[in-house]
Design a binder for this molecule. Sequence first.
Ligand SMILES: [Zn+2]
Length: 293
Amino acid sequence: MFRWLCSCLLVLSSALLSAPLGADEPLRIIAFGAHPDDCDIRSGGVAAKWAAMGHKVRFVSVTNGDAGHHEQGGGQLAMRRRAEAIEAGRRIGVDYVVLDNHDGELLPTLEIRQQIIRQIREWKADLVLAPRPNDYHPDHRYTGVLLQDAAFMVTVPNVVSDVPSLRKNPVFMYFEDGFQKPAPFRPDVAIPIDDVIDKKIDALDAHVSQVYEWLPWHDGILDQVPKDPVARKAWLKKQRTPALSPAIREAIAKWYGADVAAKTVNAEAFEICEYGARPDDAMLRKLFPFAPR
Ligand SMILES: [Zn+2]
C-alpha cells in the first residue's frame, strides 16, 4: 500500500512539474533566510529587479533574530529587527515576514517545516530561494534542510491540510555561498545587479542593528564604522562588494555575453536544488526575465 501510494505521488509529481507558468501573470517568488537580513544579502538586488517589473516577492526570516546583537537581546531585539526588516523590504518593494522562532536555536523540526510549507503555499510560489544546507551557522544550515524537507510536501494535500496544496511544484534554488564541502556552489543562474546595487545597499542600510552594530562588533571593526549616515552607507557599500568568482562570470556570460560578464562588478547567483521542479533554460529565462533576448 505504501509503495503504491509513493509511486502514485511520483506520477502526480512529474505531471505537476510540467505545468507552464502563466505568460501574463506576475511571477511569485519567496525567499527564506535564517535571519532578518539574510535574504537581502543574498538576493536583495534581484528582488529589487523583480519588484520593479511588477513581480511579487516575499522575504521570510525563519528566526526572529533575537540573538543577533552584543548589547541587546530577547523580545526587544526581535521587535527592532522586525521593524528593520519591514523597512528594508519597503525600500526594494518586497513583502517581509519574520517568523517567531528563536535565533541561534533553529532546528529542522516538523513544526517549523509546517510553517514553511504554509508560507510557500500561501504565496503560491513559482520560485523558492533558500541557503544550501552547508554553512558555518547552524540556523543557515537548518533553514536549508527545512526547505529541502518542504520541497515535495508543498504538493501533498494531506500534509498541512488547512492550506490548499500547490498544483504546480515550484522551482527551488539556493543562494550563493563560499563553502567547498561536500561540493562548491554551482551558479546555474547569475544576474548582474550593478543597476540596482544602490537600492540593495539602501535595503541593507535599514538593518542598522546588524550592518553598523552587531556584525562590525563581531568582526572587531566597530571603530571603523562612520557615524555620519551618508558616510556609513558608503562604507557599507565597500564592505558589500566582494570579488566575483570566475564561475559566476562564466554564468553571466551565458545569457548576457562576455562583454557584460567582464564589466559586471556586482551579481547575485543561484543554484538549482535537485528537489521541487527541475527547470530547463527556457523556464529559468521566465523566472529571471532580465537578460536581453
Ligand atoms: Zn544569517
